[in-house]
Design a binder for this molecule. Structure first.
Ligand code: SF4
Ligand code: SF4
Ligand code: FES
Length: 263
């Protein structure tokens, strides 16, 4: 890269999120085909911000949970296409990067009301493409969450919806798998549908949750919520500071507040 071109690059684009470690080595990366010099050790997300871009889409939690920052990249001179979450993948020299914040995957309208009989048939009706999987494994190799996507698709085909729901549980809906599927399957949307079926029709009911829903519906918390919405910010701060708080290291289920009237 020519020296005069280097000088045009903004040193800091978006404040302290992109302050590089002192003495960091600069590396070249390519964002949507254009070369930028960024400090090593930044995630792709921070490197993109360092290069001067401001996120409007394609960034959410910054912690590997929301799936908004799905990214394709390859290294200069290497034919292999790679994938990652921009907030979890460290930028490396000669990465050629493009983010894919959204993938136009099949997402039919449906309601779970009225379902409950032939659940496998419902899957076939809404997502017929699932049954065209050719078993290539590209989705599994693509998934940044290390989910065996091909396997949960295969469980769906066999009618093991519980297995598919459990196997796909860590999906962050980034859509990268669908972007590479030769059978044009929307794996993540089909998996969401299957998890909904599982939650509604197969998983055993949580007694404590049903009790809480009944309490909410009976208005038990209405006055409390009304009082909170009327409180001014000083009252809210005081309530927050004075609240009974579970000790950090308490045994799961081993702690109860003294005031149980809100439970
Ligand atoms: S299964 Fe697909 S949508 Fe879900 S995390 Fe993996 S690649 Fe992303
Ligand atoms: S990429 Fe598509 S066709 Fe290939 S294994 Fe995954 S779901 Fe099946
Ligand atoms: S920003 Fe949420 S997963 Fe990356």
């Amino acid at each position: 890269m020519a020296e005069d071109k280097k000088k045009k690059i903004k040193p800091l684009a978006t404040g302290d999120k992109t302050i590089p470690p002192e003495g960091a080595k600069m590396i070249s990366i390519y964002i949507m085909g254009r070369e930028y010099r960024v400090p090593e050790t930044l995630t792709i997300l921070k490197a993109v911000e360092y290069a001067g871009y401001r996120y409007v889409r394609g960034c959410g939690c910054r912690g590997g949970i929301c799936g908004a920052c799905g990214t394709f990249y390859r290294y200069l001179g290497d034919y292999r296409l790679k994938t990652g979450l921009a907030c979890q993948t460290v930028a490396e020299p000669n990465m050629v990067i493009v983010q894919l914040p959204f993938f136009p995957a099949n997402r039919p309208n449906y309601t779970l009301e009225g379902m409950g009989g032939d659940l496998h048939g419902e899957l076939r009706r809404l997502y017929p493409e699932v049954f065209k999987c050719v078993g290539c494994g590209t989705c599994t190799r693509t998934c940044p969450m290390d989910i065996d996507v091909m396997d949960y698709i295969s469980l769906m085909k066999r009618g093991d919806l519980k297995g598919a729901a459990e196997k796909s549980f860590d999906c962050v809906m980034c859509g990268l798998c669908a972007g590479r599927c030769p059978a044009q399957i929307s794996q993540f949307n089909a998996a969401m549908f299957v998890r909904r079926l599982y939650g509604r029709f197969m998983a055993s009911k949580a007694a404590h949750l049903s009790k809480r829903v009944d309490e909410v519906q009976s208005g038990k918390y209405a006055i409390m919520l009304e009082d909170l919405t009327k409180a001014d910010s000083d009252d809210i701060k005081r309530l927050y500071i004075e609240r009974e708080r579970e000790p950090d290291m308490s045994e799961p289920g081993g702690w109860m507040p003294e005031d149980t009237s809100h439970l």
